[in-house]
Design a protein around this ligand. Structure first.
Ligand SMILES: Nc1ncnc2c1ncn2[C@@H]1O[C@H](COP(=O)(O)OP(=O)(O)OP(=O)(O)O)[C@@H](O)[C@H]1O
Ligand SMILES: [Mg+2]
Length: 252
């Protein structure tokens, strides 16, 4: 195995994706959850491609499987069945350590719950991926601060998460997802806690950082204030993709 493969960084070792432009190619994805004695199938054999250079939205009713699907697409939840290639790497064929490294080098995610570390300040929270990669603390905090400033919360950098509002915590989580400049950014409701102006600012930053020829961004959202910004929209209904196109379907 090459050094690049071992580090999980596919920047140099990028193999061809299935059709040459897919950042993510998901095939036959099913996911079951055990609930007491029964098994519930939440995703029913999903095929989907997320294109490089595009901002893709995943929309659908609560419980339709959006968080489950994007968690599988970014290597944090194993599918029951199916395959996921991210930038040409079959991520669930990697060992646990390789998968952790692959995520660290290629993927940033913003969870629906922000998952900030309560005992460290905002700048340190936003700097976590850089620190995990071995970047020195001062440099990592400096980069994190730059992003917090772009998100208009530079003055909150030294506060602990519980001293921040929900919208401020959300922006710290966004800074943390972007600080290591990942090729794939996956966001679960990134503007849900934000007013319209802050939401637009987040979307502008996501477009700047995450949408480029060899990058991609997936956003789960219910926020119709930002629907116009998507390049592609996937609609999920009861664990199936019912729409994949450049426009929002009329009934949404
Ligand atoms: N760990 C789990 N155990 C059992 N059932 C689960 C688990 N996680 C999710 N589910 C179920 O899977 C279905 C899809 O959940 P998911 O979180 O993917 O929905 P969602 O589309 O993200 O909804 P929302 O818009 O409310 O965030 C739901 O019915 C949910 O109850
Ligand atoms: Mg969800």
């Amino acid at each position: 195995m090459s050094e690049a493969d071992q580090s999980g960084d596919t920047r140099e070792s990028l193999s061809a994706t299935r059709d040459g432009t897919s950042a993510i190619s998901a095939r036959g994805i099913t996911r079951d959850f055990e609930a007491g004695q029964t098994t519930i199938r939440v995703l029913h054999g999903i095929d989907a491609d997320i294109k490089s250079g595009e901002l893709t939205y995943v929309v659908g009713e609560s419980g339709s499987g959006k968080t489950t699907l994007i968690s599988i697409m970014c290597g944090i939840l194993w599918p029951t069945d199916g395959e996921v290639e991210v930038f040409g790497t079959d991520i669930y064929a990697l060992s646990d350590t390789e998968l952790v490294n692959f995520r660290l080098n290629n993927i940033g995610f913003i969870f629906q719950q922000y998952n900030l570390i309560p005992s460290i300040d905002a700048a340190a929270n936003a700097a976590v991926p850089l620190i995990a990669k071995g970047v020195g603390i001062d440099e990592a905090r400096g980069k994190a601060r730059e992003l917090l400033e772009k998100l208009n919360i530079g003055d909150q950098a030294d506060k602990l998460p519980n001293q921040l509002s929900g919208g401020q915590q959300q922006r710290v989580a966004i800074a943390r997802a972007l600080v290591h400049e990942p090729r794939l950014v996956v966001c679960d409701e990134p503007t849900a806690a934000l007013d319209a102006k802050s939401g637009r600012r987040v979307m502008d930053l996501l477009r700047d950082v995450a949408v480029a020829e060899d990058r991609a961004c997936i956003i789960v959202t219910h926020d119709n204030r930002i629907f116009d910004l998507a390049d592609r929209i996937l609609v999920l209904e009861d664990g199936r993709v019912t729409h994949d196109g450049t426009e929002m379907p009329d009934d949404h």
